[in-house]
Design a protein around this ligand. Structure first.
Ligand SMILES: *Cc1c(COP(=O)(O)O)cnc(C)c1O
Length: 450
């Protein structure tokens, strides 16, 4: 299996090389050169545990890692989840199921990919003998999930920049209360984009990047997308057989990584009717799927901060298929988007995606309505999925991307309940260890090499 770039100007890479590179050298995103057909395997996979299913799945994509090693990697990656099923599928009503993706160490779905990616980094260090410096900027969930993926791993140091005073207090605690000596949570003055710019500039210094063996944490690594395909297959296999024929996955969406994984699983032969892209009031993707025009808006903070995006970084992978796997066309479109212009595409043959958007008021109302109807407490991201439900012959599987206790203020406002979780309560007693720095490239480089 080879990995090619959406922009077509990169030599094919192996899985390990594509994971190590993150972004392709031509600035495109890696994709498998061909997708395997899983339709005949589904019945054999029905009784596997979550880690076993993940190991079977990854063997198709990275044959250079032996089946035995894959089983060990996935068993370790999902060992820190607090539910024996890893991703339990809960029935909310006759036609609505919730796939709980918040049982990992940081209580958000990003743990599914980043627990595994941390182990792949570790494997890379063992094979190359070179220590790794992992660097990223975060507005919350990605940074904490990445830190927990790299926690205590020999040969890896992880540096996460975030805007001082602008991440949720509990998210900061998840990053800064680990007690691990290889973790550096770095608040810098400014907003997320300032932190992000510093990180980009440091990667732009290729000499520094190679001296420190720098690796990026971001949402575009192909290993992250593939790790996320697994829970769509898992959920489908857990549905009652009668419900499997017409199922729509509903996915709270920001950078389009999560829903893209489901869509790829469908291209591999998972019989799913469709997907609904659910956004908050930052609705670039809802506007795209309802009009065919992709145009950036002004970013406004919302109750669902991990979906506050201006440009969906994984969207390029979908574009690649939408334009008929034509890299020249992708390069042109991405140049337009980068220049701040809007692009319009023909979606007349796109029947798989639907979309919806929900503002903050709607989020509060939905948390309250679903709680009063069913007793189930939704986190603000998951709440965005509960609008425009599917036609009556369709089963909805809502992906629940975070535990409500991560966002206690919104939950309290909506239903007057103190949402808690033991792992978050434990954090409150631990000392906060941060490494505040000036918002400058030089200061951060000096900190990394000190
Ligand atoms: C990251 C995140 C999302 C958005 O996922 P994408 O893959 O960026 O679309 C939604 N909800 C939560 C809780 C997240 O952390």
């Amino acid at each position: 299996m080879q990995y090619i770039s959406t922009r077509g100007q990169t030599e094919p890479h192996t899985f390990s090389a594509a994971v190590e590179a993150g972004l392709a050298p031509d600035q495109g995103l890696f994709l498998p050169s061909a997708l395997p057909d899983i339709s005949q395997k589904l019945s054999q996979w029905a009784n596997l545990s979550y880690p076993e299913l993940a190991a079977e799945f990854f063997q198709m994509f990275a044959p250079e890692i032996s089946p035995d090693e894959w089983r060990k990697l996935t068993a370790a990656a999902y060992s820190k989840f607090d539910d024996p099923l890893v991703a339990p599928l809960k029935k909310l009503s006759n036609r609505t199921f919730v796939l709980e993706l918040f049982h990992g160490p940081t209580l958000a779905f990003k743990d599914f990919a980043l627990q595994l990616l941390g182990l792949l980094y570790k494997r890379q260090v063992e094979h190359s003998g070179k220590k790794l410096t992992v660097l990223g900027a975060t507005s919350g969930d990605t940074g904490s999930a990445a830190i927990h993926g790299c926690l205590g791993q020999d040969g890896i140091r992880i540096f996460i920049l975030y805007p001082a005073g602008r991440v949720a207090p509990l998210q900061e605690r998840q990053m800064a209360c680990t007690g691990a000596a290889n973790v550096y949570a770095i608040p810098v003055p400014g907003v997320f984009d300032d932190a992000q710019r510093i990180v980009k500039d440091i990667f732009g210094d290729t000499k520094f990047a190679s001296q420190t063996n720098l690796s990026a944490v971001n949402s575009i690594n192909i290993a992250r997308v593939l790790a996320q395909c697994v829970y769509y297959i898992w959920a489908w296999l857990r549905l009652p057989e009668a419900a499997r024929d017409k199922v729509e996955f509903v996915v709270p969406t920001g950078n389009f990584g999560n829903v893209l994984a489901g869509w790829l699983a469908r291209r591999m032969g998972l019989p799913v009717s469709g997907f609904r892209v659910a956004t908050n009031h930052n609705d670039i993707l809802h506007r795209f799927f309802s009009t065919g025009t992709y145009s950036a808006g002004v970013l406004r903070p919302s109750h669902a901060p991990s979906m506050d995006i201006q440009a969906a970084s994984n969207f390029e992978r979908y574009l690649y298929y939408l334009v008929g796997e034509n890299p020249a066309r992708v390069r042109d479109l991405m140049a337009e988007i980068k220049a701040g212009r809007s692009v319009s595409l023909d979606l007349s043959r796109e029947t798989v995606f639907r979309s919806s958007a929900m503002d903050n008021h709607g989020i509060e109302e939905t948390i309250s309505r679903v709680y009063h109807d069913t007793g189930y407490v939704l986190d603000p991201h998951t709440a965005t999925a509960f609008s425009s439900m599917a036609p009556s012959d369709t089963t909805s599987v809502v992906l629940s991307t975070a535990h409500p206790a991560k966002f206690p203020d919104v939950i309290y406002k909506a239903i007057g309940l103190e949402a808690t979780h033991p792992s978050l309560e434990a954090l409150k007693a631990l000392p906060l260890q941060t490494y505040p720095q000036e918002a400058s490239v030089e200061a951060i480089k000096a900190f990394i090499t000190r």
